[in-house]
Ligand binder design. Structure first.
Ligand code: COA
Length: 824
C-alpha cells in the first residue's frame, strides 16, 4: 500500500496485493488513484510485491487485465521481468517471471537515479535555507552553521529559527519553521535530539522537502538512539522528505553560483570538480582544510553521518549526472548495501573515476571457519574484489586519496602504461622506475629519434636512456626542453618529472621550466598524456606546478607519482575493457536444488551435505563430476567399481568427518574388486577404532584420474557482501602460497577470465616445462556455474571443490572432491 501522510491523516493513493494460486505462482492485483497515475507508482508497487513474492518462494505473477487498460499492461512490460501475455474475450492474461533478471534489476536501477537525482538536487541547489537551532552564540554548532552560510556567501535566502531570539547574526529570526513567510527548500537541524522529531513535523507542515540533521545522539549511541533514529526515518519517509544525517557535519556546494556551506566547517573549499562524501564528520573537517592547503578544488562535500536516509549510493547516482563533477571521492567505514553499491559504482565508474578509502582493513571480519576459502577470505578480501570488479580505485591511505584526487583533478587519464621518467638525480630515477615496474608500468625504451633530440642539448654525461638523467647541473631550460620532447614522443604514454634541490639552481625557476615544457608539448598536440612531478624542495611541498591553466600535480616522494599512475592506468584499462555478461545457463535446476538444501536444513539444521546430496546439487547445475557415485555397502562398492573400470578410488562419505584423509578415509589406486572390499573394510575398521563408525554414511567410488592440473574453487559467505568465490591451483599453491583470486558474485564472463589469469600460477595452466596445458575455457565455465549455484541457493554457506582436475584443452575438468555446507 502506498500512502501519503499528512500529519495524522492517511491518504491511500495506491494499493497492491498478491494471492497464492499454487506453490510458485501468485495472482497480483494493483490499483493507483487517478490523480497519481503516470508517476511510476504502479511500477514501484510491482517491484516491491515481486520482491516479497520471491522471498516467499514464488517465481511467477499472473494477472488478468482488461485489454483497454494499456497503462497497466505497460507497467508489466516496462518492469523488465520476463513477460508473456494471451488476449481472450477483451481480457489479457499476463504471466510475469518475477525472479530478478539482469533486465529487471537494470530497469529498476535506471528508474532509481531519476528519482534519486531529483530528490537530492534540493540539498545542493536550495534557493532558501532555514537553520533550526541558529544559536545566538556563534561558538555553538547552530551558530557556526549560520555563520558559515553567511561568511561563505550563500547565494540564496537564509532563515535563522530560534524561539529565544528575534534576530540572530543581524538576520531576522523566526520562532519556528511554521512562522516563516515561505517554505524554505532545505532545513538544517541543530537542536537537541529529543526535539528533532517535532522539528520534522514542523518541516512537513511548512512544506520542507530536504532536511540535514546535524544533531547527534541517534543510532551511533546504542539501542535507545537506534529506536529514535528509526522513528526519525519513518517520519521523514512518511512525509516524503529526504534527509542527510543524522549525526553529520553537513554539506557544501562550492560552485560559485551556489556557494553553499550548510555545515559547521570553517573551511570552504576552492571550487573544483571533485565531489567528496565522508562517513566521518571529523575527518571531513580535516580533509576540507587539507584540500585548501593542497589547492585541490572540490565541487561538493557531504558528511553523510549515520546515512539513515540519503546513502553513499544515492550520492553516487546524483554525481553521475552532475556536470560539475569529474571524479568522486569516498571515505567509507561501511557499505549500506554492497550489492547495490557494486551495481551503481560499476555504472558510475565507467563515466567518472571513483576513489575510495575503506577504513577497517585489518582484523575485523576475519573468519575462523576451518575450510581453505573461509580461512583465506576476510571482509577486506571482499572489499578488494568488489572494488576490482567495479573499477573503484582503492586508496590505501587518506594521503593517497589526495594524491589520486590531485592527479584526476589536473591531468588527463593515462591511455597506456609506457612511462618516461625525467630526473636530475640518478637515485630518484631508480626509486621511481622500481615503483613503476612494481605497479605494472613499463619504463619504456626511448626511440633513437627521441634520444637524438635529447642528446642535442643535454651534457655528454647525461643519460638519455629511460630514466633520462640530466645530472645535477640541469637547469630550467633542460627541464623545459626534455619535458616537451618526452611528452611528445610516440613511445611515451605518461611522464614523471623528478627534481631534487642540489642548490645549483633556483627551485622556482625549475618548477616553471617543467610547467612551461608541458605547456609547450600540449600546444603541439600532446594533450592526452598525464604528467606528474616530484619537486623535492621545501618551498614546493604538495602544491601543483602551474602555468597557463596547466597544473602538474607535485608529490612529496619519487615513488608516489609511479603509484598514482599505476592505479590510474589500471582504472583506465578497466574502463576500456568490454563489459562482461553474467551468462544464462540452460538446463539448470535451481528450484529443486533449493528445496533439497532447505529440506536438509529443516531436518538436520546447519551442516555439511552428504556426499549424495552434494552430487545431486552439483549435477543440478551441470557441474562436471567423475563417473561412479555413492555406495552404502562393500558389495555395492565393488559392483560399482567394476562398472566404472579399475583402478578406482574409494573415499569415506560422511557429513560430520570433514578431513577424510586424516581418518584413513581415502583409498587410492584400487586395482580389483578384492582391493575395493579391503579398502571398504579398512575405512570401517579405522572409524570403529576411533569410535566414529556411526559417522560413516558409506563411500564414494570414483575412477582414478590422472594427467590433469589440480585446482580448487571455494565459496564463502561474507556477512555483508554475500558469496565470495575464490579460485586457485590445488595443493601447496592454496595452502602455503595462498595464490588465490577472489571475486564477489555474481561474476561475469570477464571476471571468470580474469580470475583464471589473476593467479600467479596461471603459467602452469598454459603449459609449462612439461606440465600439460589445461582446458581454460572449461575452468571459466566451471567458475561461472559455481557462482550461479551460490547466487541461486543462498542456503549454501560454504563450498569447497578441491581438487578439481583440469585436463588438456577440449577435455574439460572434473570435480574430484568437494563439500558443501548449508546454513539458514
Ligand atoms: N527550534 C529552534 N531553535 C531551537 C529549538 C527548536 N526546537 N530548540 C532549541 N533551539 C535553539 C536554542 O534556543 C539555542 O539557541 P540559543 O543558544 O540562542 O539559546 C539553540 O537552538 C541550540 O540549542 P541548545 O539547547 O543550546 O543545544 P546545543 O547547541 O547545546 O546542542 C546540538 C544542539 C545539535 C549541537 C547537539 O544536540 C548535538 O547534537 N551536538 C553534536 C553534533 C555533532 O557532533 N554532529 C555530528 C558531527 S560529525
Amino acid at each position: 500500500m502506498v500512502t501519503r501522510l499528512m500529519k495524522n491523516n492517511l491518504d491511500i493513493i495506491a494499493a497492491g496485493s498478491y494471492m497464492a494460486r499454487d506453490q510458485t505462482t501468485a495472482e497480483i492485483a494493483m490499483a493507483v488513484g487517478d490523480r497519481f497515475q503516470g508517476k511510476g507508482i504502479g511500477t514501484l508497487l510491482l517491484e516491491r510485491l515481486a520482491l516479497v513474492a520471491v522471498m516467499n518462494g514464488f517465481t511467477h505473477f499472473s494477472a488478468e487485465t482488461m485489454a483497454e487498460n494499456s497503462a497497466m499492461l505497460q507497467v508489466f512490460r516496462d518492469s523488465g521481468f520476463k513477460f508473456q501475455s494471451n488476449t481472450k474475450d477483451g481480457y489479457v492474461d499476463v504471466d510475469l517471471s518475477v525472479i530478478p533478471s539482469e533486465a529487471s534489476v537494470t530497469r529498476a536501477e535506471m528508474r532509481d537515479p531519476v528519482s534519486t537525482t531529483a530528490s537530492l538536487r534540493t540539498f545542493f541547489h536550495p534557493q532558501s535555507v532555514a537553520v533550526v537551532g541558529a544559536s545566538r552564540n556563534p561558538a555553538n554548532i547552530g551558530g557556526r552553521i549560520l555563520h558559515a552560510l553567511i561568511t561563505d556567501r550563500f547565494r540564496g535566502v537564509i532563515y535563522p529559527i530560534n524561539p529565544q531570539a528575534t534576530s540572530v547574526a543581524s538576520l531576522p529570526a523566526y520562532p519556528s519553521l511554521t512562522a516563516l513567510p515561505e517554505a524554505p527548500d532545505m532545513a538544517i537541524i541543530a537542536v537537541p535530539p529529543n526535539t528533532v522529531l517535532d522539528v520534522i513535523d514542523d518541516c512537513a507542515a511548512r512544506g520542507v522537502k530536504a532536511v540535514v540533521v546535524i544533531t547527534a545522539g541517534f543510532a551511533e549511541t546504542g539501542a535507545e538512539g537506534r529506536e529514535l533514529q528509526q522513528k526519525l526515518v519513518e517520519r521523514v519517509r512518511g512525509y516524503g522528505m529526504r534527509m542527510v544525517g543524522p549525526n553529520c557535519l553537513g554539506l557544501i556546494n562550492a560552485d560559485p553560483a551556489v556557494s553553499l556551506n550548510a555545515s559547521f566547517s570553517p573551511f570552504f573549499p576552492i571550487s573544483g570538480h571533485i565531489a567528496f562524501s565522508s562517513q566521518s564528520g571529523a575527518l571531513g573537517l580535516a580533509i576540507l582544510s587539507l584540500s585548501r592547503e593542497r589547492e585541490l578544488g572540490l565541487s561538493h562535500f557531504i558528511s553523510v553521518g549515520n546515512k539513515a536516509d540519503v546513502s553513499g549510493n544515492d550520492l553516487l547516482q546524483y554525481w553521475e549526472e552532475d556536470k560539475q563533477v569529474n571524479a568522486i571521492l569516498l571515505y567509507l567505514e561501511s557499505f549500506g548495501n554492497p550489492r547495490r553499491f557494486a551495481r551503481i559504482a560499476k555504472r558510475v565508474g565507467s563515466r567518472k573515476p571513483i576513489v575510495a578509502v575503506k577504513a577497517g582493513r585489518t582484523g575485523a571480519g576475519r573468519r575462523a571457519a576451518g575450510s581453505h576459502t573461509a580461512a583465506l577470505a576476510a571482509s577486506d578480501v571482499a572489499v578488494d574484489a568488489l572494488f576490482h570488479q567495479t573499477g573503484v580505485i582503492r586508496a590505501e591511505t587518506l594521503d593517497e586519496m589526495f594524491d589520486l584526487a590531485t592527479a584526476l583533478a589536473h591531468q588527463p587519464l593515462p591511455n597506456g602504461r609506457r612511462t618516461a621518467i625525467l630526473t636530475n638525480a640518478g637515485g630518484l630515477g631508480i626509486l621511481c622506475a622500481d615503483s613503476c615496474e612494481a605497479g605494472g608500468l613499463s619504463v619504456t625504451e626511448l626511440s633513437e629519434h627521441t634520444k637524438n633530440l635529447l642528446r642535442q642539448f643535454l651534457p655528454v654525461a647525461a643519460s638519455v636512456m629511460n630514466p633520462v638523467d640530466m645530472i645535477a647541473s640541469a637547469g630550467a631550460d633542460h627541464f623545459h626542453r626534455s619535458a616537451e620532447i618526452l611528452l611528445r614522443a610516440d613511445e611515451v604514454d605518461a611522464l614523471i618529472v623528478l627534481y631534487i634541490d642540489v642548490a645549483l639552481a633556483d627551485t622556482k625557476s625549475i618548477a616553471e621550466g617543467i610547467a612551461s615544457g608541458v605547456v609547450a608539448a600540449r600546444k603541439r598536440g600532446a594533450t592526452t598524456k598525464p604528467v606528474y612531478a616530484c619537486v623535492m624542495a621545501s618551498a614546493m611541498a604538495a602544491r601543483p606546478l602551474s602555468m597557463n591553466g596547466e597544473r602538474v600535480p607535485n608529490f612529496a616522494f619519487p615513488e608516489t607519482p609511479a603509484r598514482v599512475l599505476s592505479k590510474l592506468v589500471t582504472y583506465s584499462n578497466w574502463r576500456n575493457k568490454p563489459d562482461g555478461v553474467v551468462p544464462e545457463f540452460d538446463g539448470i535446476q535451481p528450484n529443486s536444488t533449493r528445496s533439497l538444501c532447505q529440506t536438509v536444513l529443516h531436518q538436520r539444521g546447519p551442516g555439511w551435505l552428504s556426499t549424495e546430496e552434494m552430487r545431486d546439487v552439483l549435477s543440478a547445475f551441470a557441474l562436471p563430476l567423475p563417473r561412479g557415485g555413492f555406495c552404502r555397502t562393500a558389495d555395492e562398492t565393488a559392483k560399482k567399481a567394476s562398472e566404472i573400470g579399475f583402478p578406482v578410488a574409494v573415499k569415506l562419505a560422511s557429513t560430520s568427518i570433514v578431513h577424510k584423509t586424516e581418518m584413513g578415509g581415502v583409498q587410492l589406486n584400487l586395482e580389483n574388486e578384492a582391493a575395493v572390499r579391503r579398502a571398504f573394510a579398512a575405512i570401517q575398521e579405522r572409524l570403529a577404532n576411533e569410535n566414529k563408525l556411526d559417522a560413516m554414511d558409506g563411500v564414494l567410488v570414483q575412477p582414478m584420474l590422472s594427467g590433469g592440473v589440480e585446482l580448487m574453487i571455494g565459496v564463502t559467505q561474507d556477512p555483508s557482501f554475500g558469496p565470495l568465490i575464490g579460485f586457485g591451483l590445488g595443493g601447496i599453491h592454496v595452502e602455503i602460497l595462498r595464490d588465490v583470486c577472489f571475486r564477489v558474485t555474481p561474476i561475469t564472463d570477464q571476471d571468470a577470465k580474469e580470475m583464471v589469469r589473476g593467479i600467479r600460477g596461471y603459467r602452469l595452466l598454459e603449459g609449462y616445462r612439461g606440465h600439460p596445458a589445461a582446458d581454460i575455457t572449461a575452468i571459466e565455465e566451471l567458475l561461472l556455474r559455481v557462482a550461479r549455484l551460490v547466487e541461486e541457493i543462498p542456503e549454501i554457506s560454504e563450498l569447497d571443490l578441491n581438487p578439481v582436475m583440469a585436463f588438456s584443452p577440449g577435455h574439460g575438468c572434473l570435480i574430484v572432491d568437494g563439500r558443501i555446507r548449508v546454513a539458514s
